[in-house]
Design a protein around this ligand. Structure first.
Ligand SMILES: [Zn+2]
Length: 359
């Protein structure tokens, strides 16, 4: 089983289920009735492959009295975790129905941790959906301390933001530190560069969203973030640059040269049209392109084991691949996460002069 999984919604689930890579990758279904999607799309899936997220974190802001949608210590709804879990297909792994914990709301975080410590069921993974502010310098120590109180086993974490989250050097640095300390994190709802970096630093799993609202999750009450898609075609993972732009953006970059083709599906990165079928092919491509990037990280001959150094090496390759496009792609337009991770790395690893010059 690969360490990078797919986080998907009902509309993409059939595409994800039919992608060849889906049989080696963990899949997380985000839906108010995820069991229905699972029954329809994953009839053959192994029990440990599909996890269900009922999306409580998008509807319910947690409080110290009611940390989950099931009710709190006061037994508001009178539903136990065992009763709740029995409503899903047998064998499926479930993310706990946690409410969203606002940034630095330590009392609520403590109540949620206590809730999932006192009430646990084997196939339910404790889940802390919270704000990326928890990864800032002044908060990350306390966050890790409190989450560490959860019993042994995986802990799913989601970091939401208004707009595009997990971009700044400060929170990316906090994320690295957090996955290194906790060593059992399932990171939910991120973009490929963040997933690759988290795995390299010790996360057990990272789930990459199949659309921008699942790559950049928003807190409850905030509209799901929808990254501007040129010509209404969503972001496509460029296998060399590790950028995620609409194919129409790539068409501008390669207006005087040949756009590269994906070695798996054979399509050029600008070869998609604004049709429903083409949009689903973007989803399909992104799944195998993430697998390819992960395989490249794991099989880098320069390093005996994948880790921070091999992830850095991969990003250097992506940065160097940008340079021939300098006439159409100014450095200020490079992916912000790529650049900020390279800036964090330069304190630790050698950086070639051509890359150093653009950081
Ligand atoms: Zn492809």
């Amino acid at each position: 089983m690969e360490s990078i999984g797919t986080y998907t919604v009902h509309g993409h689930a059939h595409t994800v289920a039919s992608a060849h890579e889906s049989w080696t990758r963990p899949v997380l279904i985000h839906d108010a009735k995820p069991g229905v999607v699972q029954r329809a799309c994953w009839p053959r899936a192994a029990a440990d492959q599909v996890t269900l997220d009922c999306g409580s974190w998008r509807r319910h802001v947690a409080t110290a009295q009611r940390p989950s949608e099931l009710g709190g210590d006061d037994g508001l709804l009178g539903v136990t975790l065992t009763q709740w879990a029995s409503g899903f297909p047998p064998g499926a792994t479930l993310l706990a129905p946690s409410g969203f914990v606002p940034a630095e709301d330590w009392g609520t975080l403590q109540a949620q941790v206590r809730h999932w410590t006192q009430e646990s069921v084997d196939r339910v993974i404790p889940f802390i959906p919270t704000d990326q502010g928890m990864l800032r310098r002044g908060s990350r120590d306390q966050f890790v301390d409190q989450v560490s109180a959860l019993p042994e086993g995986p802990v799913a974490l989601l970091f939401a933001a208004k707009g595009e989250g997990l971009q700044s050097s400060e929170v990316l640095d906090g994320l690295r530190w957090m996955v290194t300390k906790l060593e059992r994190v399932w990171l939910v709802g991120v973009q490929p560069l963040v997933a690759l970096d988290a795995i390299a630093h010790g996360a057990q799993r990272a789930y990459v969203g199949t659309n921008s609202t699942l790559r950049f999750p928003s807190p409850p009450g905030v509209n799901g973030f929808n990254k501007n898609a040129k010509d209404f075609v969503p972001g496509l993972l460029h296998p060399d640059l590790l950028e995620m732009r609409s194919p129409g953006v790539y068409a501008d970059w390669y207006v005087t040269s040949h756009a590269p083709r994906c070695p798996v599906c054979g399509r050029s990165v600008d070869g998609y049209t604004p049709t429903p079928g083409s949009r689903l092919r973007v989803v399909d491509h992104n799944i195998h392109a993430v697998s390819q990037a992960l395989a490249a990280l794991e099989m880098d001959a320069e390093f005996s084991t994948p880790g921070p150094a091999s992830a850095h090496h991969q990003r250097i390759g992506a940065a160097l691949a940008h340079l021939p496009l300098s006439r159409v792609l100014p450095v200020s337009d490079y992916d912000r996460v790529l650049m900020n991770l390279l800036r964090l790395d330069r304190e630790l690893f050698p950086v070639p002069d051509e890359v150093s010059a653009i950081l």
